[in-house]
Structures are given as structure tokens and as C-alpha cells.
Design a protein around this ligand. Structure first.
Ligand SMILES: *Cc1c(COP(=O)(O)O)cnc(C)c1O
Length: 370
């Protein structure tokens, strides 16, 4: 693998399988989309999006215009692409050129978009995001009432989708889920009076698992496609997608009482063989993992010891002392340690682990063996 700090394997067949599994959970009238923002959660949109399209996905969500343009070049013109962060004044025509649909999250954006459509005499369908309790983006229900004339005109002519986002969907019992649902129901009732052809979308990955009431016409999973557990309170229903093996650069012997790495923050309680492996915080192995996680060799845990450096980490090989000569890779993410458990050790969530995975690894994309 030449000089890469490790090997990152991304299983495209597993992503496709996860998308199909989610699709199968849905009522037949509900479509399963895919969120591929942030370079498909760090996994490589150029590989992931075409794989999802091949599995049958027709609707994609990205964050920005730049991501939308990149995605449009990767998939066919028929695929629908929504841009979650809407448009900015001056870049409207790019949405038309690349057939991207802006998600409009304020009355001001809606008015600006309407103005542009009228002036340019071009039609690009748009989505409206409404706030039902996340309080991040979105038009408020009472703003719809206040700007009823504009809202009505826009929903009649230019809107195809109304969406909202759940704030606590991964906590099944959180009362906010039902509150957001009931808010969204009100929005839906209001919107349908204006235009009966509108579609609705509420659920992210975890929202899908809250049940059919949350499904509406279109669901928007991201994390679950990439193997992150959408139901953290129970076992992961999704297949693992990512594995990361760090390359061992040196095996050395640490004597009892010796310390290792920056800050000498680990002292050997006994003589031990130690592996120095490639990969560090520059590759997304968070520095807070210093002394806080483990790797695996031959299914045996090998604790990560001392500070995570920019480009290197150390592992205590005591558990595999007999085989220390053969230790050339250490599994950091894989069969024995999933993305979610590594995230837990780092005090974060799987989403952050995935999106931080570095660019220096050798990347292998697995496709289904058919
Ligand atoms: C990121 C995002 C999603 C996907 O969420 P996951 O939890 O990764 O499934 C869905 N909808 C919106 C609006 C988002 O920003």
C-alpha cells in the first residue's frame, strides 16, 4: 500500500443492502431517498452516490450548491437532488443549470426565489423546510399564516415537497418526536388545502424506526446507510460498511516503568511489546482517544496507549506477545470494534468518526460479488 497510514475499506454492497433494507421497511407509497452531504459522510460521494442510484435510489440530499453540482456530474439527469442549505442571491441560475432543487427555509428565501423564477422565466421545483421543533432551520407555522398570500402562491406553483427535521429521533421515548409529528400534521393539513399534489418528508435514519406515522412520502436516511446505528438504544439493524486497518510501522519493547509518546502520559506497568502504527489525529483518530480505546489483532484487543500523535498511535501488544512478529496491521474499525463503539470511546457519535476519516488512507471500495 506504499506510504498510506492504513487501509480503509468501504463496502458499497453493504451501503446498497442498507438502502434496500430501509426501503423494504416503508409502505409502498413511501420513497426512500439518501442523504449524501459532506462527501457521503466522508465515505466518497463519487463511489457512494452511483452505487445508491444503482440500488434504486432516485432522490438525493446534499448540503450546498457545490455538493449539488458535484453530485449532478456523477448521476443521471433523472435523479432528483435537493440542496438543504437553499440558494444564495446570485447563484439561482446554477440551480436551473444543474437541475438542483433548493430547500427554502425562510419566508425571505421563498420571496427571493419567487422573484427570480418570475424574472428568469425558468422553473425549478423547490422544497420548503418548516420548523417543527428542531429550531435550527425552517419557516414557522405562524409565518405561513402571516404571509398566507405568498405562501399560498408559492405552494400552488413552485413547491413540490414540504419537509421538516426531527431533533431527537434516536431516542424512541422522547416526547418531542410526537410533538414534531403533530406540528407536521398541522403543516400538512394546511399545505394540502392549497395544493393537493404536495409531497411530505419528516424522517431521517432514526425517524424511519419510529414507525409508519413518521414516513410520509419520502424518507431521508444518511447515517444508517453508512452503518451507524439508527436505534442506539438497541442492536444495530444495519450492516457495517467501514473497516479501518492501521499499518504497523515498528514493534518495540517497552520496559516496566518506561513512558511512551508526547507528554509521557502512559507508563508501562510491566515489560510489554508495543506496536507503533500509522494514523493519527490528522487522519481522524481523535486525540481524545489517547489511552481511551483499543485496536484488535487476530480478534484480541490491544489497548491504544499514550497520546495519539498527528501521524502515529501506539498499541500494547501484550495480549498477542507470542505473535508480535506477525503484527503488521491493527484493526481500529471493523468486525471487533464498530464505528459506534469507537465513537463512544471518543465521546462522540459515529457521524463524526465517519466524516473525519482522513484522506491519506488507501481506500478500497468493495462492490457486490455477483
Ligand atoms: C443530515 C440530514 C438528514 C440525515 O440524517 P441521518 O441522521 O444521518 O439519517 C436528513 N435530513 C436532513 C434535513 C439532514 O440535514
Amino acid at each position: 500500500m506504499l506510504s498510506a497510514p492504513g487501509k480503509l475499506i468501504i463496502d458499497l454492497a453493504a451501503i446498497q443492502g442498507n438502502w434496500r433494507r430501509l426501503s423494504e421497511k416503508l409502505p409502498s407509497a413511501t420513497q426512500c431517498g439518501a442523504v449524501v452531504k459532506a462527501n457521503a459522510y466522508g465515505l466518497g460521494v463519487a463511489h457512494v452516490a452511483p452505487a445508491l442510484a444503482a440500488a434504486g435510489c432516485k432522490t438525493f440530499f446534499v448540503s450546498s450548491l457545490t455538493e449539488g453540482i458535484e453530485l449532478r456530474k456523477l448521476i443521471s439527469r433523472d435523479a432528483i437532488i435537493y440542496v438543504l442549505h437553499g440558494f444564495e442571491l446570485g447563484n439561482e441560475s446554477e440551480f436551473y443549470a444543474y437541475q438542483l432543487r433548493p430547500v427554502l427555509f425562510s419566508m425571505a428565501l421563498i420571496e427571493q426565489w419567487m422573484k427570480w423564477i418570475e424574472q428568469a422565466e425558468k422553473f425549478v421545483p423547490a422544497a420548503i423546510k418548516v420548523n417543527t421543533g428542531m429550531n435550527r432551520f425552517g419557516v414557522e407555522l405562524d409565518e405561513f399564516m402571516q404571509f398566507a398570500a405568498i405562501a399560498t402562491q408559492f405552494m400552488q406553483n413552485s413547491t413540490v415537497l414540504i419537509l421538516s427535521h426531527l431533533a431527537c429521533a434516536e431516542e424512541r421515548q422522547n416526547p418531542l418526536n410526537a410533538e414534531q409529528l403533530s406540528q407536521f400534521e398541522q403543516v400538512k393539513a394546511l399545505a394540502l388545502k392549497v395544493n393537493s399534489k404536495l409531497s411530505f418528508s419528516l424522517a431521517n435514519s432514526s425517524g424511519i424506526f419510529l414507525g409508519q406515522n413518521w414516513h410520509y412520502d419520502l424518507v431521508r436516511p444518511g447515517a444508517a446507510l453508512y452503518g451507524v446505528n439508527p436505534t442506539p438504544e438497541s442492536t444495530n439493524p444495519m450492516s457495517a460498511v467501514v473497516s479501518l486497518n492501521l499499518k504497523v510501522l515498528q514493534v518495540r519493547q517497552l520496559k516496566k516503568g518506561e513512558c511512551i509518546g508526547y507528554g509521557h502520559c502512559y507508563q508501562a506497568p510491566k515489560d510489554m511489546p508495543v506496536a507503533i502504527a500509522g494514523g493519527g489525529y490528522a487522519d481522524g483518530i481523535a486525540r481524545v482517544l489517547s489511552n481511551q480505546t483499543q485496536g484488535f489483532f487476530n480478534a484480541k484487543p490491544v489497548p491504544l496507549i499514550g497520546r495519539v500523535s498527528m501521524d502515529a498511535v501506539a498499541f500494547d501488544l501484550s495480549a498477542v506477545a507470542q505473535q508480535q512478529e506477525q503484527v503488521n496491521f491493527i484493526e481500529l474499525i471493523g468486525e471487533h470494534q464498530c464505528v459506534d463503539s469507537l465513537a463512544k470511546n471518543a465521546g462522540t457519535i459515529g457521524y463524526e468518526i465517519l466524516t473525519q476519516l482522513g484522506q491519506r488512507y488507501e481506500r478500497e471500495y468493495r462492490v457486490s460479488k455477483s
